[in-house]
Structures are given as structure tokens and as C-alpha cells.
Design a protein around this ligand. Structure first.
Ligand code: ATP
Length: 390
């Protein structure tokens, strides 16, 4: 069994920086778990503690049936794949891949068999005698994977292994890594700052922020049931739209107009003593083009908006429009906005909203458009705690 269990794992660097705070995480044998979050959230430090490259300040780390807190990296039987690949330039692909086995004193014939097996799996057989400089980025990345595979470790630990590749190759390699992981069934922990990568690769995703775990769940759970504003805004592209709203009876008064609250949401808000001032979150697909589906979500409120910008993606169309009344602001949202523009908080007191519509829409830039809001897809957040109250 190669489960990985973190209990109250904390990292404080000698300069006092608290990089990882009290992380609890149970990774099952064979599971593919992604650590994701903005720069500096502590994901690499967490991975490095599992690898044994950083000491653990507090807490317990188990790999398989052993507590490994005090074991050196090589005693943990895990294989790390780095963003830089860390290949030796003077060695051939064969030598690079066999290197960890040679270090471990494995005999030559066994090394050869294992390297050739891994090369077959990774489609590198023809390149075994080349040097890294003679390979493409994707091939180098596969050699780095191969070096991890030949050791047949208890777990793979990968730190942004695709970030040196161009966008197209990254998508291809994503599929390959996912297939390979399923085929080998080796427990894998994978670090990325890219939420799309996290959502497409992982059995489960751990969203981190400022050293704290925000939520652990399957991609669908994170998308449909985000626990707080941060996760809601970080997961999904285009990002969830947020507007300020005031609760008055069964209605949320917002820059998008009056949004009715269904019974379930109202009860949930009452149960949690929700404040009157709230933030409503609507994913782009919560808006529907009334002209295309007049009956869909009949009970939802109607909006007439003016289309600012229209982006066609072939199958879908993103329609951007402006809601008056100012962007929703909280510390979480500001951090999200600051973090690589995952969210556009709007400018000049207005707020840009994006709706994802079917490509058949007749929407045109500069023209009015009738939209219906599917309130069953709405999330309501407490602006002071960020908690999802729906
Ligand atoms: P990135 O995506 O930018 O690599 P990350 O989420 O992997 O970010 P970490 O590298 O784990 O983040 O860093 C977490 C926090 O710990 C950051 O605030 C960072 O500045 C701090 N940190 C990392 N290494 C050290 C160190 N050796 N000494 C002091 N602080 C450190």
C-alpha cells in the first residue's frame, strides 16, 4: 500500500515564514491528487515535505505504513519529477533513465530491461541513444518521467512538470500523464498553479491559499459546490461572476436587478444567520439566451443587457456585458484579481459580467440581449468570511 497521509503538517522556515499551516490530507493508494493555488500558497513546500527535501516543522507524514518525518529522501521510495527535468546533458537518454537504478546498485541487465520497458511505454525507444540536447521539450519531459518510472517507486511527486512546454504540447502531455498514471496505478501528487490542468488531471484536487487548505474535492465538487469565495473564483474559466447584493425578504437586490431566492437557499441563509449584505456568484453558464430557449428556467429573472464584447469559441460564445453598481470587493476577490488576472473586477465603477451562450445566439456587439438567470445555479457568499451560504 502506498497511501500518503498528512496529519497537521506545518512548515515554518528559519526566517519565521509560515508556509504551510496544519494540513490534513489522506491520499489513497493509486490516487492522482493535485495541489493547486496561486504563487506562494505553499504547494511546492508541501510536495517537498512529502519528498523529504524540506523538514516538517510539525505534524506527521506517513507513506505506506511508515511515518517518514525523519527519513532521508532516498529512504522514502518516492520519485520526483521537476519542472526543469534535471536531465544530465552529457548522458544519453538510456543513461539518464537508468541513472537512479545505477546509483542503487542494480545490475546492468536489469537496468537495460527496465529502461527499455519504460521507453516503450513513453514512446522513447527510438531516442534512447540521443543526448537531451537532441530532443524536443516534450521528449525531454518524457525522459524525466521515464527516470521516475524505472524505479517503480511508491509514489510520483511532480512539481509543475509541464510548465516549460508550449500550450499545445502541454495539453498533449496532460493526456499522456493521465493515461500513464492510470496504467501504472502509482499514487501521484502533482503541483500546478493552473486550475485547468488541476481540473482535467486529478482524481481529487486540493486548493491552497496562504499555506491553508481551502477545499479538497473531486473536480466536479469544487466546481459545483465551492466552499468559499476563493475556491469559487479560482476554479473555472472564465471565472465565476460576483455581484454585491442586499437581501430583502425573498429577493437579492443586485446590479443585475432583483434576483429571487428559492426556498432552499432562503432556509439555508436563515439557518446560518446570513448578513443582509451578501455576494452573489453566478458562473457564465448560469445565464441563458431567452431567444434560444424561451422556456428554459422559466422562473428565473430576466435581464436586458447591452453586449459589450462577444467572443466566439466555435461551440460556445462568451458574451461580456456591464452591470452598473460597482464590482464586488473583498480581500479574497482582490487577491484573486491580483493573481494573474483570473478575474476582471471591472473598471470605472462598473462590473464586467460574462455569460456563456450557445453558438446559435443572435447576440451582437452593441445591441441589446435578453438573458435569463438560472437561480438554481447561483451561489451566495458571506462577504466577511467568504463562506458559501447556499
Ligand atoms: P510557486 O507556485 O510560486 O512556486 P508555491 O505555492 O509553490 O508557489 P511555496 O514555494 O511552497 O509556494 O512557498 C510558500 C511560501 O513559503 C511563500 O510565501 C514563500 O515565499 C515561502 N518560502 C518558500 N521557501 C522558503 C525558504 N526557503 N525560506 C523562507 N520562506 C520560504
Amino acid at each position: 500500500m502506498a497511501e500518503i497521509i498528512l496529519e497537521g503538517v506545518t512548515k515554518r522556515f528559519p526566517d519565521g515564514a509560515l508556509a504551510v499551516k496544519d494540513v490534513d490530507l489522506d491520499i489513497a493508494d493509486g490516487e492522482f491528487v493535485i495541489l493547486v493555488g496561486p504563487s506562494g500558497c505553499g504547494k511546492s513546500t508541501t510536495l517537498n515535505m512529502i519528498a523529504g527535501l524540506e523538514d516538517i516543522t510539525d505534524g506527521t507524514l506517513r507513506i505506506g505504513d511508515r511515518v517518514v518525518n525523519d527519513l532521508a529522501p532516498k529512504e522514502r521510495d518516492v520519485a520526483m519529477v521537476f519542472q526543469s527535468y534535471a536531465l544530465y546533458p552529457h548522458m544519453s537518454v538510456r543513461e539518464n533513465m537508468g541513472f537512479p537504478l545505477r546509483l542503487a546498485g542494480v545490475d546492468k541487465a536489469t537496468i537495460n530491461t527496465k529502461v527499455e520497458e519504460a521507453a516503450r511505454v513513453l514512446d522513447l525507444t527510438e531516442h534512447l541513444d540521443r543526448k537531451p540536447a537532441q530532443l524536443s521539450g516534450g521528449q525531454r519531459q518524457r525522459v524525466a518521467m521515464g527516470r521516475a518510472i524505472v524505479r517503480d517507486p511508491k509514489a510520483f511527486l511532480m512539481d509543475e512538470p509541464l510548465s516549460n512546454l508550449d500550450a499545445k504540447l502541454r495539453v498533449q502531455m496532460r493526456t499522456q500523464i493521465s493515461r500513464l498514471q492510470r496504467r501504472l496505478g502509482t499514487t501521484t501528487v502533482y503541483v500546478t498553479h493552473d486550475q485547468t490542468e488541476a481540473m482535467t488531471l486529478g482524481d481529487r484536487v486540493v486548493v491552497m491559499r496562504q499555506g491553508l487548505v481551502q477545499q479538497i474535492g473531486t473536480p466536479a465538487q469544487l466546481y459545483d459546490l465551492p466552499r468559499n469565495l476563493f475556491v469559487a473564483g479560482f476554479i473555472g474559466s472564465p471565472a465565476m461572476n460576483f455581484v454585491n447584493a442586499t437581501l430583502e425578504g425573498n429577493v437579492l437586490r443586485s446590479p443585475l436587478g432583483d434576483l429571487p431566492v428559492d426556498d432552499r437557499t432562503r432556509q439555508s441563509l436563515e439557518r446560518q444567520n446570513a448578513p443582509r449584505e451578501l455576494i452573489v456568484g453566478l458562473r457564465p453558464e448560469a445565464f441563458g439566451d431567452v431567444a434560444l430557449a424561451p422556456d428554459r428556467g422559466r422562473d428565473g429573472p430576466l435581464l436586458t443587457v447591452t453586449v459589450d464584447v462577444l467572443e466566439s469559441l466555435g461551440s460556445d460564445v462568451y458574451v461580456y456585458f456591464t452591470a452598473e453598481g460597482g464590482p464586488a470587493t473583498t480581500a479574497e476577490l482582490e487577491e484573486l484579481a491580483a493573481d494573474s488576472g483570473v478575474r476582471d473586477t471591472g473598471a470605472g465603477g462598473a462590473q464586467h459580467i460574462v455569460a456563456r451562450l450557445d453558438a446559435a445566439t443572435r447576440a451582437r456587439e452593441g445591441e441589446p440581449l435578453e438573458l435569463r438567470v438560472d437561480m438554481s445555479k447561483a451561489h451566495v457568499f458571506d462577504p466577511s468570511t467568504g463562506a458559501n451560504l447556499t
